[in-house]
Design a binder for this molecule. Sequence first.
Ligand SMILES: NC(=O)c1ccc[n+]([C@@H]2O[C@H](COP(=O)([O-])OP(=O)(O)OC[C@H]3O[C@@H](n4cnc5c(N)ncnc54)[C@H](OP(=O)(O)O)[C@@H]3O)[C@@H](O)[C@H]2O)c1
Length: 243
Amino acid sequence: MPVGKVIPILDQVRERLRAAAAHRRRTGRPFVTLSYAQSLDGSIAGRPGRPLALSGPQAMALTHGLRASHEAILVGIGTVLADNPRLNVRLVAGADPQPVVVDSRLRFPPYANLLKNRQSPLIVTNEGADAERQQTLEAAGARVLRLPGNNGWIDLADLLKHLGAMGINSLMVEGGAQIITSFLAFRLVDQVVLTIAPLLVGGLRVVNPLGHYSRRRFPRLKHLSYQQLGDDLVLRGEPDWDG
Ligand SMILES: NC(=O)c1ccc[n+]([C@@H]2O[C@H](COP(=O)([O-])OP(=O)(O)OC[C@H]3O[C@@H](n4cnc5c(N)ncnc54)[C@H](OP(=O)(O)O)[C@@H]3O)[C@@H](O)[C@H]2O)c1
């Protein structure tokens, strides 16, 4: 089996994203990059709902380069409540992506840092969500997109179709654990950029059961490459959904 090549991951990602517009025209949805940092034992945070800085400065700069390379960036409401992120581009030059937050109960807080960005966040909820909460969030500067369904989580395949119809060619998914698991379980990921930080945390596990119980159906990455950034190892690959 060929060993992955050591080449700059960001260049490779950008090269892959050249085909994002064609991908959207063909599939109706954006090209999806899943990117997050984990510890050696596969933890994404120390405890649920708590932030934990895992990446070193060089890997953080890569994350900002990835943000600048995508047209939109998506996180779950759990990440907004835990980390209160900006999701913008600060450590490198480049344009901010459109923030998208998946939030079926409109728990998005009006004090969120995402409301301080130039780009107003798009909060995706379902038809049953509280109308007053929507008004409050819109008054605070957010945009709200309601998708069909009164209960339960957002249908991510449906959401991707909406983002595709809005003309968004590329989407970076940054977390957290439940969102990452859902994107993988529904096979909605086109490439993965994973930062592995050299520490053992024993915390919030990043990928939970995916519902693929046969070894042949476990998603395996192909076209692998690796890069060391400071103390971190960064890996890029593409899930082989048909393998
Ligand atoms: N290391 C990293 O790279 C990184 C990156 C990001 C986050 N994090 C960490 O991850 C943790 C947050 O992760 P989390 O798992 O608690 O929250 P999350 O994945 O950010 O958000 C999950 C929430 O999104 C909503 N949701 C709606 N539709 C969904 C769907 N189809 N699939 C999944 N979720 C859906 C649900 O809340 P509702 O039912 O209210 O809609 C769900 O509880 C924090 O500790 C944060 O620090 C780490």
